[in-house]
Design a protein around this ligand. Structure first.
Ligand SMILES: Nc1ncnc2c1ncn2[C@@H]1O[C@H](COP(=O)(O)OP(=O)(O)OP(=O)(O)O)[C@@H](O)[C@H]1O
Length: 315
């Protein structure tokens, strides 16, 4: 559990994080969303004590990070590209980390497996691709088998297989009852994996909500499903607040009141094959853009004249 109370960070005149109040709960993936410069990284750095708050406080499982006796076993974090000695292998890097934190060596082998680094673990980390570097950072974050896992933009640099791997990893960590907090500036990415969302802009809290409520508020909660067995899927999905429509004899159903993820999970649970599963993500993306419109620091639509004027002002 991560608990931020009136958390504030100022750098001179700039308020990077502005009186944030939020709670990240165990057993679920919480997405931390906001446009570039919204204060996500600064908040995460304060959670693990790499930056001191100017005001307010943030605790992990009831204590400030520095007050934990074995912090690596409490919170595993992937922040911006970790400094790994380029001449050191992934294995030796993790081994050194384990040694200095009293973590058994067998855990090093385990996290190498979890991170899919088995075939490159003995190679120099300096020769790693961005994606391999991310995997090594994630292996390091999981080393202490922490109850809380926090990842800053983890899909950066990962190929499609890596992105899928991250999604599955986050979901299974949450299913084990851990607190999973993951930042991104892409709603489409977060919506696939997170149940809960904390949205920030210019350091302020814009929304503390569920993906489901945000979708509902955007009026885009229809999910298109095509299945082998529509009658059975209707029965499986039936419940309060859920509405399923579809033509008789058609494989296609339109579902409201459940997310694509919930439908996919229920179908899998009952062994029902799906041929299509698509939510109206465009409206979800739009809901995020509407929420953060006034908080975006750099608008791509700035005209040449405006850009020149603003350059002139700062010059
Ligand atoms: N050390 C620092 N000194 C001065 N300003 C800083 C410092 N670190 C961050 N900032 C400023 O604080 C604001 C928030 O930055 P932060 O990196 O936390 O945002 P972010 O949401 O993580 O953005 P991004 O997605 O671009 O990483 C930005 O305007 C940034 O320029």
């Amino acid at each position: 559990m991560i608990d931020a109370r009136q958390l504030t960070k100022r750098y001179g005149e700039k308020t990077a994080v502005d009186s944030l109040d939020f709670t990240v709960r165990p057993g679920t993936v919480t997405g931390f969303l906001g446009p570039n410069g919204a204060g996500k990284s600064t908040t995460m750095r304060m959670i693990v004590g790499l930056d001191a708050p100017t005001g307010g406080s943030v605790t992990v499982n009831g204590r400030r990070y520095a007050q934990h006796r074995a912090p690596l076993q409490e919170v595993g974090a992937l922040l911006e590209a970790k400094s790994v000695h380029p001449g050191r292998s992934a294995y030796r890097h993790l081994k050194a980390l384990a040694l200095t934190h009293g973590i058994p060596q067998r855990r090093v082998v385990e996290v190498i497996e979890i991170a899919g680094l088995g075939s490159v673990a003995r190679k120099r980390a300096g020769a790693f691709s961005l994606g391999m570097g991310q995997r090594l950072g994630i292996a390091a974050a999981l080393l202490g088998d922490p109850q809380t896992v926090m990842l800053d933009e983890p899909v950066n640099g990962l190929d499609p297989e890596g992105v899928l791997w991250i999604r599955n990893l986050l979901t299974s960590l949450a299913a084990e009852g851990r607190t999973v907090f993951v930042s991104s500036h892409l709603m489409s990415e977060v919506a696939l994996v997170a149940d809960h969302l904390i949205v920030v802009g210019r350091g302020r809290l814009l929304a503390d909500t569920t993906v489901r409520d945000l979708v509902r508020a955007a009026g885009g909660d229809t999910v298109q499903v095509a299945t082998q067995d529509p009658a059975r899927l209707r029965d499986v999905l039936a419940g309060p607040g859920v509405d399923v429509t579809g033509r008789i004899g058609s494989e296609e159903l339109q579902v409201t009141g459940l997310t694509a993820r919930e439908i996919g999970l229920k179908a899998a649970e009952h062994g029902i094959a799906l041929f299509e599963l698509s939510s109206r993500q465009v409206s979800l993306e739009r809901a995020f853009m509407d929420l953060t419109r006034d908080a975006v620091e750099y608008h791509g639509s700035t005209t040449g004249t405006e850009a020149a004027e603003s350059l002139g002002r700062t010059a």
